[in-house]
Design a protein around this ligand. Structure first.
Ligand code: ADP
Ligand code: ADP
Length: 238
């Protein structure tokens, strides 16, 4: 589904080569955890796959199409198939769960009376469905600022699922959560991954979590790929 070929990312302002010559192929059904110490290049890797960061070398193919050659409209189509969740959730605290999911999906459509109005029945139904899938139906009208960290990340997951993605990306989505909550979030991600037949790629720094939930581990060190294989074969030598 996603082919990464000789991917290199150089940041000119810090003169850091965050990724060096990474090649791998990521397939539907893979639940990939990307491991590596702080600064290893995990976040750059995820952001490059999502098109938020431009490669300085190499190419990423999405369903066979080279990303760098895509026109704006095609690129938007590819990005729409990629849902993303974040360490700090990236939600709007003063809006409700429902409003966060809807604006995440469709952008703001405000009318002069209504800060958030203007959604079709289908859009509202989809939002309700994904909110129910992450177990937050009872809190749909609650403001996000009043939720716990785990609940906030569930909203993040609902917003990503509302895009009906083929690929789910996570940039350290459990780094701010306690171990129990992290496990529950990973359990939910695993359920969604299996049911929707996704390609899931999640950065984590916790090796135990990665080994418990991933079907495949990719490890980075100083921007280089040092491991790509089954969790049971991964030895934490680094
Ligand atoms: P990780 O997610 O594994 O902590 P990052 O991808 O965030 O790694 O960072 C990899 C390297 O690139 C680090 O040395 C970091 O300082 C550098 N870096 C990351 N983002 C930027 C940026 N926007 N500008 C300059 N340097 C960056
Ligand atoms: P219904 O039968 O009411 O239309 P379902 O929940 O059975 O709704 O979903 C229909 C299809 O949509 C199924 O193929 C299912 O895998 C898919 N689907 C369900 N939930 C989601 C979701 N959150 N994101 C993307 N696709 C979904």
């Amino acid at each position: 589904m996603i082919q990464v070929e000789n991917l290199t990312v150089h940041y000119p302002d810090t003169k850091v080569e965050a990724l060096t010559n990474i090649s791998l192929s990521l397939n539907k059904g893979d639940f990939v955890c990307v491991l590596g110490k702080s600064g290893a290049g995990k976040s750059t890797f995820i952001r490059t796959i999502n098109g938020l960061q431009k490669p300085t070398g190499g190419e990423i193919y999405f369903d066979g199409q080279p990303i760098s050659l895509l026109k704006e409209e095609q690129l938007r189509k590819v990005r729409r198939q990629t849902g993303m969740i974040f360490q700090h959730f990236s939600l709007v605290p003063r809006l409700t769960v429902m409003q966060n999911v809807l604006t995440g999906m469709f952008g703001y459509r405000s009318s002069f009376k209504n800060l958030i109005g203007w959604f079709t029945k289908e859009e509202l139904d989809l939002a309700k469905r994904v909110i129910s899938e992450v177990g937050l139906s009872d809190m749909a009208t609650r403001k996000v600022e009043r939720l716990s960290g785990g609940q906030k990340q569930r909203v993040g997951i609902a917003r990503a699922l509302a895009q009906q993605p083929k690929v789910l990306l996570g940039d350290e989505p459990v780094a701010s959560l306690d171990p129990g909550t992290s496990n529950r979030i990973f359990t939910l991600l695993t359920e969604m991954h299996n049911r929707l037949d996704l390609l899931t790629i999640i950065n984590v720094h916790d090796i135990e979590l990665a080994k418990r939930y991933a079907t495949r581990i990719v490890a980075l060190k100083d921007g280089k790929l040092i491991f790509d294989g089954a969790p049971e074969d991964f030895k934490d030598a680094e």
